[in-house]
Design a protein around this ligand. Structure first.
Ligand SMILES: NC(=O)c1ccc[n+]([C@@H]2O[C@H](COP(=O)([O-])OP(=O)(O)OC[C@H]3O[C@@H](n4cnc5c(N)ncnc54)[C@H](OP(=O)(O)O)[C@@H]3O)[C@@H](O)[C@H]2O)c1
Length: 293
């Protein structure tokens, strides 16, 4: 196995942090990036003795991205990255009518434009060299849409489609693109999602409570990020990686099963899981009852 120069986004927590340490322990050179200086410092401490450096990178900030490119160029004597892992992202919770435009745009800025920003910044060096790999972290939510996660899921559908296009476009240049599709993994993800919506004045208020209880149950059953780090390692070290890795297997099975069902039956199952019978039209937010002229 040839050690690779790997940059990972969103390495201050969860899947990204776990993957950064796992890949460094396997002997790769890891540039672990993120927004929070304190979290990067604690990662650097935990990685003592490993070939891991940290770098501040906000994927939504053009200046931050171009500074990261300059640092990587300097660190690698102009070689650039062997592997880019686009992991940074978060889940915007909320019924589609409950999420205002600012939140929808912020979700796309991070989960979709964040990926485009780093690909545009780091892929050219790979193309010039004729080698490299890009791992884009999508979700099983990029394969099947859940109620209350429509805005988030739509960003991951976009990541799926852009990644499929990039894989076909970059393959002739020697650059491979692999999609990582996590199921439910025990990280800060659900805490960030819970905090992302104002539910006090909503027709879906009671639905949020049921959904959160059911999701908390699913999360208790969920593994830590080990299975995701495992498939990322395969996607990087395998001579011929798969185009997509969906894991853990029980989530992969559930999504495949739901996608085989007639859509109305899948709707009924999702509705039961999320307690959608509790929608109360009388509590529709006043802000939403004003029709657009
Ligand atoms: N956990 C799951 O069940 C699950 C399932 C499917 C897909 N995923 C995907 O897996 C990826 C990682 O999520 P996670 O579960 O590890 O959640 P997490 O523990 O909340 O970690 C998310 C990471 O993304 C970073 N981030 C967010 N916005 C950023 C930005 N603008 N620039 C740079 N970094 C940013 C966060 O940084 P800060 O610390 O600065 O906020 C954090 O390091 C996401 O793309 C998520 O959509 C997760």
């Amino acid at each position: 196995m040839t050690p690779q120069i790997i940059l990972i986004t969103g390495a201050t927590a969860g899947i990204g942090r776990h993957a950064a340490l796992t890949l460094a322990r396997r002997g790769h050179t890891v540039i672990a990036t993120g927004r929070r200086e304190d979290a990067l410092a604690s990662l650097q401490t935990e990685a003592a003795g490993l070939n891991l450096t940290t770098l501040r990178l906000d994927v939504t900030d053009a200046e931050s991205v171009s500074q990261a490119v300059a640092t990587v160029d300097a660190q690698t004597a102009g070689h650039g990255l062997d592997v880019l892992i686009n992991n940074a992202g978060y889940g915007q919770l909320g019924a589609v009518l409950d999420v205002d435009d600012a939140r929808v745009r912020a979700q796309y800025e991070t989960n979709v434009f964040g990926v485009l920003n780093t690909v545009r910044a780091f892929a050219p060096a790979m193309v010039r060299r004729g080698s490299g790999r890009i791992l884009n972290v999508s979700s099983i939510g990029g394969l099947f849409t859940l109620p209350l996660f429509g805005v988030y899921n739509s960003t991951k559908y976009a990541v799926e489609s852009l990644s499929d296009a990039l894989r076909r476009e970059l393959r002739p240049c020697g650059v491979d693109v692999v999609i990582i599709e996590p199921g439910t993994i025990n990280t800060n993800f659900s805490g960030t999602a819970k905090a992302s919506v104002d539910r006090a004045d909503s027709a879906w208020s009671d639905v949020y409570a049921t959904a959160e209880n059911n999701y908390a149950w699913a999360e208790r059953m969920a593994p830590d990020p080990t299975p995701i780090s495992h498939v990322m390692t395969k996607a990087i070290e395998s001579r011929s990686p798969r185009a997509r890795y969906t894991t853990p297997w029980r989530d992969k099975f559930a999504v495949q099963f739901m996608n085989l069902l007639p859509t109305r039956l899948a709707d009924a199952l999702a509705s039961a899981f999320f307690g959608l019978a509790k929608v109360d039209p009388a509590r529709l937010s006043p802000a939403l009852t004003t029709e657009v002229a």
